[in-house]
Design a protein around this ligand. Structure first.
Ligand code: SF4
Length: 444
């Protein structure tokens, strides 16, 4: 009998390991707590800061099928009655929030429907839901109404309804154009549905169509990635968003890795994924696009804005409605309960469905905006002087000098600018700007 112990080989530095890589907020979620929920009440009872923008995020946690890389709270087994119960609960939540001093009388500057799959709702459900939302806080001054779609859920009637309710930015979660890759990654749609949905969406004349792709899905190849780029350019959407595949802990892929004792995820390494995005950005630039962030290329930067992202990253108030949604109100972060039954139960008993919160200090708000704006690739120095009284070049001198020495950052008197290589790995650079107490080995 061979009793030798087999030690798994140490992963190569660029390997894709399990965990979150994308930074979406600061301080990290692991610092938010139940104890700080009281801060939400205080924030909602305060008066709004003059000129502060307000956004509404509505979370639709339903999907046809769970993708193997998905880490969101989604349900694939709810019937029409369950969905209606959920939508009614979100409206009870919205009504209660809209009556609070911080929100009362304000007009949303932007509205975002995310998920899950907002386009999973029927046309009738969408019209009823949005009529109720508009009756609670009218959207007539909203600069953007954004809506995420799964291509296979879009029939012609539904797209007309989505246009009619006022959506200006339609985002299609294509992820990949290859049917085998879509299937092996657990996506519900196939490429034929992508092309039909895109054609119908164009016919509806949405102000802006964005398509989402993921670089490095399971079984992605060099040849197929090049085809993805070509097909994207051939469609000519107003905006293209490309994420680099990551494998958070609560995904099906991670569970399989764990059961097989694997440390390295079965996807391309980070170096390859960055190169693929670099090649995609270069091809998109050749085709007339401009790079608008570490993830996005837009055809017409003057016309094609992403108000939700830009306002959120500049400190706007955001009311998140629905299970597991995230909010940011008067400097307080909070997340709703992450399971549907406790969420419904809290609202039925007239309570706020808040799971955890974090009250930010002015310094944490400054760092939050700085790291989020770094993801755009450019940070205006005078913005931080005017808003926070902070000279970014002095405050972060050692970190900025290090990035410059590595060829990842260029400074000018008015702005900091990431080089293309810096931009492609921006999420890995931001940890250095966190306060010492927030530097954890795991960003969750
Ligand atoms: S469509 Fe999006 S939210 Fe739904 S399971 Fe797939 S990745 Fe998750």
């Amino acid at each position: 009998m061979n009793t030798a112990t087999v030690t798994p080989e140490a992963p190569a530095p660029s390997s894709t390991l399990a965990g979150n890589y994308f930074i979406s907020n600061y301080p990290p979620f692991s610092f938010w707590s139940e104890e700080q929920r009281v801060a939400v009440e205080t924030a909602l009872n305060s008066e709004p800061t003059p000129g502060a923008k307000l956004g509404i995020y509505h979370h639709i946690p339903f999907c046809r099928k769970r993708c193997h890389f998905c880490y969101f709270r989604v349900y694939t087994d709810k019937n029409a009655k369950d969905i209606q119960t959920y939508l009614d609960a979100t409206m009870a939540e919205f009504k209660a929030l809209a009556a609070r001093p911080l929100i009362q009388g304000r007009k949303p500057h932007f509205v975002y429907f995310g998920g899950g799959t907002p386009s999973y709702l029927s046309a009738r459900q969408l019209v009823e839901l949005t009529d109720k939302m508009k009756a609670i806080l009218p959207w007539d001054q909203a600069e953007e109404v954004a809506f995420e779609c799964e291509p296979g859920t879009l029939n012609a009637g539904k797209l007309t309804a989505i246009k009619d309710i006022g959506v200006t930015r339609l985002s299609l979660g294509i992820e990949n154009f290859d049917d085998h890759i879509l299937e092996i990654n657990g996506r519900a749609h196939r490429s034929a549905e992508v092309f039909t949905a895109y054609e119908r969406a164009r016919a509806e004349k949405f102000d802006q169509i964005n398509i989402d792709l993921i670089a490095g899905m399971v079984e992605e190849t060099e040849t197929n990635w090049q085809r993805n780029i070509e097909q994207t350019i051939a469609l000519r959407p107003d905006s293209v968003t490309i994420y680099q595949m990551e494998i958070p802990y609560n995904t099906t892929i991670y569970k399989e890795m764990k059961s097989e004792g694997k440390l390295v995820a079965p996807v391309a390494d980070w170096q390859t994924k960055r190169r693929w995005v670099k090649e995609a950005f270069a091809a998109l630039e050749q085709a007339g696009y401009s790079i608008a962030s570490g993830y996005t290329a837009v055809l017409n930067p003057q016309r094609t804005k992403f108000v939700y992202r830009d306002e959120l990253w500049s400190g706007a108030d955001l009311l998140g409605l629905g299970v597991a949604s995230f909010s940011h109100v008067a400097g307080v972060h909070y997340q709703n309960l992450t399971e549907i039954d406790p969420y419904l139960a809290a609202l039925n008993s007239g309570e706020m469905p808040v799971k955890r919160a974090f009250r930010t200090s002015p310094d944490e708000r400054m760092i939050r905006e700085f790291i989020l704006q770094m993801k755009l690739g450019r940070v205006a120095l005078d913005y931080f002087v005017t808003k926070f009284g902070v000279n970014i070049e002095h405050r972060f001198a050692p970190q900025l000098a290090q990035l410059a020495a590595e060829g990842l950052l260029i400074s000018s008197p008015s702005e900091l600018r990431l080089t293309r290589d810096g931009l492609l790995c921006v999420d890995t650079l931001l940890h250095e700007f966190f306060l010492q107490q927030h530097r954890t080995s795991q960003i969750v």
